[in-house]
Design a protein around this ligand. Structure first.
Ligand SMILES: [Zn+2]
Length: 259
């Protein structure tokens, strides 16, 4: 995919409206294209700015979002766009013009409309994590440094990143380290650690972040996702392992990092 093609789909990508193959193609382009990454970052900054500086806000009435969505549900989707699931609302560009009458009639501000149309930060990252996992498997770009030795993987990652990710050895519990690679999440380069459990692959994305949070679970297309913050690092784990086993993996990682 070249820049011209990427740019025509960047809005849909930003609104998480592309189907998986198209989103993965954009992901791959973004990894190697600073210009398109900057273009994407500008969209993100614009949205944040609108949220931050809009001078008129109030909560919309209970159930309004559902009513607006239902009214707009018959809008036809553009090619390459996926049909909406629970949280994948129609894109702003798609529904604002058509939805204007409904929104104005209902008496809510554009700010509220934008907030309804925007997935939360966690939802955006969850989608990136899921696609990062899918991309690593479908493109055979799973591992850049192949090693079961944490003492090989950690220095390799540290040399390529501006932080040093913890790389716990969990082999005694049946989670074998397979290696690592660089990936790109949440507008920054991150460490991707790859573990295997039987025939299952686990991608664990790690980057620095403040605070501490208990693991929160999510799913995308049958894949389980867990994210938490501990030890100064944000963690996102994704796998086709069942939820209980992924939770076990999470507990071991959290323990291994502090132990
Ligand atoms: Zn580009």
């Amino acid at each position: 995919m070249d820049c011209t093609e990427a740019r025509t789909r960047l809005d849909a990508y930003f609104d998480q409206e592309l189907d998986l193959p198209n989103a993965v193609a954009i992901d791959q382009h973004l990894v190697s294209c600073p210009d398109c990454r900057a273009s994407l970052a500008a969209r993100s900054a614009l949205r944040s700015s609108i949220r931050e500086h809009a001078d008129y806000r109030r909560d919309a009435p209970e159930g309004l979002a559902e009513r607006v969505r239902a009214r707009l549900g018959s809008a036809t989707a553009a090619p390459g766009r996926k049909s909406g699931s629970r949280w994948r609302l129609p894109s702003l560009a798609q529904w604002l013009p058509a939805g204007a009458a409904a929104v104005v009639a209902a008496g809510i501000s554009w700010t509220a409309a934008i907030q309804y149309a925007s997935p939360s930060a966690d939802q955006v990252i969850a989608e990136q994590v899921f696609r990062g996992h899918a991309r690593s498997i479908v493109t055979s770009h799973l591992i850049e440094v192949a090693s079961s030795d944490q003492h090989s993987v950690k220095p390799w990652l540290s040399s390529k990143l501006d932080f040093s990710p913890p790389v716990p050895d969990l082999s005694a519990a049946g989670f074998e380290l397979a290696g690592g690679r660089l990936d790109y999440m949440d507008n920054r380069p991150v460490a991707a650690l790859v573990y295997r459990s039987r025939q299952h692959v686990i991608n664990l994305f790690v980057w620095p972040g403040p605070g501490r949070s208990a693991p929160a679970a999510d799913t995308r297309d049958g894949y389980n996702i867990l994210h938490w913050t501990s030890g100064g690092m944000v963690h996102w784990a994704v796998s086709d392992l069942n939820a209980a086993e992924l939770r076990q993996f999470q507990a071991l990682i959290a323990t291994g990092e502090t132990g």
